[in-house]
Design a protein around this ligand. Structure first.
Ligand SMILES: Nc1ncnc2c1ncn2[C@@H]1O[C@H](COP(=O)(O)OP(=O)(O)OP(=O)(O)O)[C@@H](O)[C@H]1O
Length: 362
């Protein structure tokens, strides 16, 4: 059966609310901000994983230092929580330069950008997070600033407006984006170095966890770190967050040292399963399997069944489920893979299995 969309959606989500997600790397709370500052690696040697980006960046920075020049502009792309801000701070530290941190959404007018650029010191690193969300006029001002270290400040309005050129000290722009494809080519081309951050392998996350545990003064054994790493969705921010929750559990319910058993018991309390799925992910998969026989089903129908907004299902839950090979987005709708049935411990219905054979060749 094909569970198609049935016209405009009128139902309001009415089910459980899935906010405050431990496994959502795109959302930061106050505790994250405070603790993350303490856990950030301070130099390239301490920065775990991302071998290729690290090696290339190391060369870029060493060469700039040897020339006594400011480093080339750097673009870092990748999902939230993979270490773009951390790397920008490392770039500044390695260049022995100050750093200014701002973000695309904070720069809505060209004047906002002119004010920042004109107050930079020579060699300073300007970190521009979410660079793809900058306004168009600011973006155009940035082209000239990156290339010629100069901006034209427009004074006045209409026919009487004049452009006053303003020289800037050489600086290094570090742009970060989760969506490199959204950057206009003229902007992308002005970066001397582009690094794409990948999701981390479990062994790399284990190293992140051991390092963070040392800094937080928490005892953890090898298996405890592996248990947390496996549930961290390839993302250091999530690994650090899960570690903090497991630490609380260990302090209250155990002797304080984290082993596999304690990590698993703690994350069961927080409803993060052994593959890193949380309540929202499992609700989406559960609805797809139990209500719609594994699909295909339209996104809006699935969202109503889960009691969530369409965007939340599409942008928050689905990317990870797709990455994990549990859900497929097909032209006919959302479809569960054989791995999804196995993960929830369910058996696909006979007719569903036939349909899925066609889709997955299983
Ligand atoms: N390679 C790494 N080694 C050790 N810790 C890391 C690494 N990458 C990230 N972290 C830790 O993960 C947390 C999140 O990193 P960071 O803020 O740099 O991510 P981000 O990519 O800038 O995220 P966002 O896109 O949301 O700004 C920090 O606490 C940082 O210490």
């Amino acid at each position: 059966m094909n569970w198609d969309e049935t016209g405009p959606e009128t139902d309001q989500p009415s089910g459980p609310v899935f906010d405050d997600r431990l496994v959502d790397a795109g959302h930061l709370d106050g505790e994250d901000t405070a603790v993350e500052a303490a856990l950030r690696p301070k130099d390239l040697d301490e920065f775990v994983g991302q071998e290729k980006v690290r090696e290339q960046l190391d060369l870029v920075l060493k060469a700039a230092r040897a020339r006594g020049a400011t480093a080339d502009h750097v673009l870092l792309s990748g999902a939230p929580g993979l270490g773009k801000t951390t790397l920008s701070m490392i770039i500044a530290a390695e260049m022995n330069a100050p750093i200014r941190i701002t973000s695309g959404p904070a720069i809505q007018h060209a004047g906002d950008l002119a004010a920042i650029l004109s107050s930079l010191q020579e060699g300073e690193v300007l970190f521009l997070d979410e660079i793809h969300r900058m306004s168009r006029p600011a973006e155009e001002m940035l082209y000239m600033a990156m290339e010629d270290f100069r901006v034209d400040v427009i004074v006045g309005k209409g026919p009487g407006a004049t452009a006053i050129p303003l020289e800037l000290p050489p600086f290094t722009l570090v742009g970060a984006t989760t969506r490199a494809g959204l950057l206009p080519p003229p902007l992308r081309d002005r970066f001397g170095f582009t690094g794409h951050m990948e999701f981390y392998a479990p062994v790399e996350l284990e190293r992140v966890i051991h390092r963070s545990a040392r800094l937080l003064d928490v005892g953890i054994d090898v298996e405890g770190a592996a248990e947390i790493a496996g549930r961290s969705r390839g993302t250091p921010r999530i690994a650090n967050r899960l570690l903090r929750r497991v630490r609380d559990y260990a302090q209250v319910k155990a002797e304080g040292t984290i082993d596999r058993h304690i990590a698993a018991a703690a994350l069961k309390v927080y409803e993060v399963d052994e593959r890193g799925l949380d309540r929202l992910d499992r609700a989406v998969l559960g609805a797809l399997l139990k209500l719609f026989g594994g699909g295909p089903v339209g996104l809006s129908t699935l969202a109503v069944a889960v009691g969530e907004e369409r965007e939340t299902v599409e942008e928050v839950a689905e990317p990870f489920l797709v990455r994990e090979g549990l859900l497929a987005r097909t032209p006919r709708g959302r479809v569960a893979t054989p791995a999804a049935w196995a993960h929830l411990g369910l058996v696909p219905p006979q007719h569903g299995a036939k349909g899925q054979q066609g889709l997955f060749g299983a």
